[in-house]
Write a new protein. Structure first.
Length: 328
């Protein structure tokens, strides 16, 4: 016979204990604190427990991308996106929708469309996806990763076939599809002041001047310790805030050379703290979201060979020095 004590001990082992006496991250800040999530990982009891305890915002990793929700024209798969939105609603969390117009992970059938038809299809896609979740998504990454490193426009299918106006059109269609959602443009390598972030700055300044309904910019913040911390991070956020825009840290992680050791983890912790502090120093920085919170499911090792251990929690869901630097 299994005793009550045995059952109790098993349950304690299944659900990690609170990471820190000071309380979870979501309770120590007035910013949204989030993590990207894959729907399948919500089935892991320990993963779900820590996610629920620590964060008040979730971003679907892939489940809302066009190639996933409409792989074939007119054939939709909402299962993963629905699972994440339902989880968020059941647990009192907000959702960041990711993403509507992106040069990657779009369905191949778009390549066969002419310019006029593609324009109509993009509008329909925005209406369909945002309409399904109308009123249930706090913020959307409407346009994602549209710049090259030199600040020029990426020659995506949307840029080539729809021209410069596709960005403004996408935001106008998004506002009409869900007037309550905050609308963002999102990109990587835009943490400091550089050619790419300046290209982004020039674009959003023009969009604002034209009355395009853009609410904020997403700074992905995928950092690597080998490249150093972007020292103009706060200054960069301040110039966007001066345009009347909100700023969100949307995909933060800090990868280190493997294997990890105490010195590398201490440097990583310093980077995370600098991101956190910069966001809190700029009043219009409203969100701090990481691209996954545990090394168990991180995208980094598969993308950057020899690097990893990029998240706040290790693969066993134990808080790392980076976590304790945010929540001392």
């Amino acid at each position: 016979m299994i005793s009550r004590l045995t059952v109790a001990v098993a349950l304690l082992l299944l659900v990690p204990a609170p990471a820190h006496a000071a309380g979870p991250l979501k309770d120590i800040t007035n910013r949204y604190v989030g993590s990207a999530v894959a729907a399948q990982n919500l089935n892991e009891a320990d993963f779900r427990s820590v996610l629920t305890r620590e964060f008040d915002n979730v971003t679907p990793e892939n489940e809302m991308k066009w190639a996933v929700v409409e792989p074939n024209r007119g054939q939709f798969n909402w299962s993963g996106a629905d699972a994440i939105v339902n989880y968020a609603q059941q647990n009192g969390k907000s959702v960041r929708g990711h993403t509507l117009v992106w040069h990657s992970q779009y369905p191949g059938w778009l390549n066969n469309l002419g310019s006029a038809e593609l324009r109509g299809v993009v509008q329909q896609h925005i209406n369909t996806e945002m309409g399904r979740y109308r009123g249930r998504i706090r913020a959307w990454d409407v346009v994602n990763e549209m710049f090259n490193e030199d600040g020029s426009r990426r020659q995506s299918i949307f840029q080539q076939k729809l021209g410069d106006g596709y960005v403004a059109d996408a935001f106008r269609w998004a506002r009409a599809a869900d007037p309550s959602a905050k609308l963002y443009i999102n990109d990587y390598n835009t943490e400091g002041i550089n050619a790419k972030s300046t290209g982004l700055y020039d674009l959003v300044r023009t969009l604002k001047q034209q009355g395009v309904p853009i609410d904020g910019i997403g700074i992905q913040t995928h950092l690597a310790t080998k490249y150093g911390f972007p020292t103009s991070f706060r200054q960069n956020m301040e110039r966007f805030a001066a345009l009347g825009l909100d700023i969100a840290i949307t995909e933060a992680d800090v990868r280190i050379p493997l294997p990890a050791d105490s010195g590398k983890l201490a440097t990583q912790a310093s980077y995370y703290r600098q991101i956190w502090d910069a966001c809190h120093a700029v009043p219009r920085c409203v969100e701090f979201t990481t691209w996954g919170y545990t090394d168990r499911h991180s995208w980094v090792p598969g993308t950057f060979p020899g690097e990893g251990a990029a998240c706040l929690f290790d693969s066993n869901l134990r808080p790392k020095p980076a976590y304790t630097r945010l929540n001392p």
